[in-house]
Design a protein around this ligand. Structure first.
Ligand code: PMV
Length: 322
């Protein structure tokens, strides 16, 4: 086999962001807009990447120079993923890789993690290595840490395993929560959030008020545990309430914005069970939990302040497309 196409889903955080960076759990769901990556073996000894969604066209370098010299911003995750795979599982020859996303890299759905996971899965099949999901997670998470230096890995887990997961920092526990559906409405703020900057801002606050922030993380941990039970029971009313609690703590951590809050109020005033920002904050998306009968009103209200993204939760993880 010389060529393979693999896809992986994006993600949304249902409960637990920020606290999950500091040895605590979160709940994440995989979303039904996917990243597609085609990996092809070539004989020329070159690494070539085309990623038009992030303005990377015909980016080339010799395979032995992976990770060295200048790396185009949009090429970092794919290049380092290939390097890490090659360092661990050695292979010869070149590679031509193309990425294509169904979602904008601006949404905060985790395009970098999804493409990293696709590359590692694709290479493992092309080179006949039978990697388990956990092994794919480990190598993809290492790649993210090599580049960002920070992160819990929850987005990598969503891309690999899919579904809805109870996830603990660094993948210490990754437990699928087996449910059939998740009644989500997602609103996009139009603003791109920078995850590492926000993690650093929260860290500065934690340095100034260590006990206060640690107490908030403990409360978030408690509502994640409660939320896990609600998810398993399909008790969306309780899960929505817990999401709204969680939003309160995210406001306390200083990561919410007026635009996010406006969308959250729009959802709640029109009958959502609950709503919160998803991810680092500062922009990206909100996630609301909404019964089918209230959905049209909630969608309309969010669209007045932001933009609803039509997306399903709880979808399949990384898979081969052909
Ligand atoms: O900004 P996002 O969607 O990548 O989410 C970041 C969530 C954090 O908990 C702040 C960081 C992390 O890696 O868990």
């Amino acid at each position: 086999m010389n060529r393979i196409t693999v896809s992986a889903p994006g993600k949304l955080m249902l409960l637990g962001e920020h606290a999950v960076v500091y040895n605590r759990p979160c709940i994440v769901t995989a979303v039904g807009q996917r990243m597609f990556v085609t990996v092809e073996r070539t004989k020329d000894g070159l690494f070539e990447l085309n990623a038009p969604d992030v303005d990377v066209k015909k980016y080339k370098k010799p395979m032995q120079e992976l990770g060295q010299g200048e790396i185009a911003k949009g090429a970092r995750f794919v290049e380092i993923a290939v390097k890490n795979f090659k360092d661990k599982y050695y292979f010869t020859g070149g590679l031509k890789i193309k990425t294509k996303s169904q979602f904008s890299s601006q949404f905060g759905f985790g395009s970098s993690s999804a493409s990293t996971v696709c590359v590692i899965k694709g290479l493992s099949i092309l080179f006949g290595k039978k990697l388990s999901d956990q092994q794919i997670f480990n190598l993809a998470y290492k790649t993210i840490l090599n580049i960002q230096g920070k992160g819990s890995g929850f987005d990598v887990a969503a891309a690999v395993f899919g579904g809805t997961l109870y996830f603990w920092t660094g993948g210490k526990f990754i437990k699928p929560l087996n449910i059939k559906e998740l009644p989500l409405v997602v609103g996009y703020s139009g603003v791109k959030a920078d995850t590492v900057t926000l993690i650093n801002e929260v860290k500065e606050r934690a340095n100034k008020y260590p006990q206060v922030i640690d107490g908030i993380y403990d409360q978030i941990h408690a509502l994640v545990e409660e939320g896990r039970r609600s998810v398993l029971k399909g008790d969306w009313e309780s899960l929505g309430e817990l999401m709204s609690f969680n939003q309160g703590y995210l406001v306390s951590l200083g990561v919410s914005t007026k635009k996010l809050a406006d969308m959250i109020y729009a959802a709640k005033e029109n009958g959502a069970y609950g709503a919160k920002l998803s991810g680092a904050g500062g922009g990206d998306c909100i996630v609301a939990l909404v019964s089918p009968s209230k959905k049209p009103a909630v969608v309309k209200a969010i669209n007045k302040v932001g933009k609803v993204i039509n997306v399903k939760g709880n979808v399949e993880g990384v898979r081969v497309e052909g």
